[in-house]
Write a protein that binds this ligand. Structure first.
Ligand code: ATP
Length: 359
């Protein structure tokens, strides 16, 4: 398999700069996710790689082959790029059967009838659709349709698989099941995959590497674990880790601990030798590690807060707690009791529950 390299990619739509100087490499056989909110440019990056969108600048290479280069005037058509694409809408032909839908890319490539049959049946088994070959697509469930779309994208052994929010039309339990299935299929066929989503759970559970996008630019990149443990900025911390952000200023920066002045008092965090005394910082707080005390407490890293809102989030209750003019989001097991809106409680922020970043 091959790596996909995107360098200094730019795409404008009129006044809108959809993609602004985006550079990254999806290494061979890896699962790379472009994650970001609606409108951040992730689909435009994917469509540029696929060749269905012509960028205004930059270079895209697949292995050693340059498939797009503005300066060299190269723009290979999609069918010459050796890529499979799976869309959010599946884009299947409703009047064709499962077999015919999957066989389509092979017929276009003029493979023999026997070879088409062999390859389609192999891939049908791989995506667990055996027995449904003759069924028309509208008579399949959402999950089965998604598997047909996936099978059609991989049937001609593409070097690269591009996936644009392929699971977002499925209901929650099926989405979870398909996440695991998709990831295990990708491992099995070892295809370099680039996946677009706005869903952080999908990104965290499937990716070898996540590229966090915002405003047409890359805001952070790394393995899921690294980005979760040590987000490089508040944007990545909020988007990936659901962390809360409080403004602060460094009082003391030491190897072992860093003291920050923030709303409500002083906070001791882990050591961070990159920061200087007097420097303004953002304090990222990991909600699940924050402890809540219902009776008054004093001590280090304990702050009085007001319960601002209470939301039932399935297995947990999500609270937004007001610390001065900042909101801190925490999750709590309903068995620990419910806190009512407006109540004063005390939060204890362990030093490993906070990360200090510059912006
Ligand atoms: P979503 O998750 O909603 O698809 P996205 O992160 O994939 O969002 P893009 O679809 O890449 O974002 O869009 C990036 C920006 O470019 C947006 O402001 C969008 O409105 C604009 N845009 C995308 N396609 C076009 C187009 N064909 N014409 C005009 N503007 C476009």
């Amino acid at each position: 398999m091959v790596a996909v390299t995107v360098e200094a990619l730019v795409k404008r739509f009129g006044e809108t700069i959809a993609v602004n100087n985006v550079t990254f490499t999806a290494e061979s056989e890896k699962f790379v996710t472009l994650l970001g909110p609606s409108g951040c440019g992730k689909t435009t990056v994917l469509r540029s790689i696929a060749g269905v969108e012509e960028p205004d600048g930059g270079t895209i290479s697949v292995g050693k082959t340059v498939v797009f280069s503005k300066s060299a005037g190269i723009m290979l058509p999609p069918e010459k790029r050796g890529m499979g694409m799976v869309y959010q809408s599946y884009a299947l032909w409703p009047h064709l059967s499962v077999f015919e839908n999957i066989a389509y890319p092979l017929k276009v490539r003029k493979l023999s009838k026997q070879e088409v049959k062999r390859r389609v049946l192999d891939v049908v088994e791989l995506v667990r659709l055996s027995g449904l070959e003759t069924r028309l697509v509208p008579n399949l469930s959402g999950g089965q349709q998604q598997r047909v779309a996936l099978a059609r994208a991989i049937v001609y052994n593409p070097a690269v698989l591009l996936l644009d929010e392929p699971l977002s039309n499925l209901d929650a339990p099926l989405r979870e099941e398909m996440r695991a299935e998709l990831k295990s299929l990708q491992r099995k066929i070892k295809v370099t995959s680039i996946y677009v989503t706005h869903d952080r759970t999908e990104a965290l559970s499937m990716s070898d590497r996540i590229i966090v996008m915002g405003n047409g630019e890359i805001q952070a990149m790394g393995t899921p674990q690294r980005l979760l443990e040590d987000p490089p900025n508040s944007y990545a911390g909020m988007l990936l880790g659901g962390m809360s952000v409080v403004d602060g200023k460094i009082i003391h920066a030491r190897e072992t601990s860093t003291e920050v002045e923030m709303a409500g008092g002083r906070l001791l965090c882990k050591g961070n030798s990159d920061l200087k005394e007097g420097q303004p910082v953002k304090v990222l707080i990991r909600g699940p590690r924050v402890r809540v005390h219902e009776t008054a407490r004093t001590g280090s890293n304990i702050f009085p807060v007001l319960v601002d809102s209470v939301t039932n989030a399935g297995l947990f209750i999500e609270y937004k707690l007001k610390l001065d003019n900042h909101l801190i989001k925490i999750l709590r097991d309903p068995l620990e009791g419910t806190l009512s809106e407006g109540k004063e409680v005390f939060i204890e922020i362990p030093s490993d529950a906070c990360v200090l970043v510059r912006e």
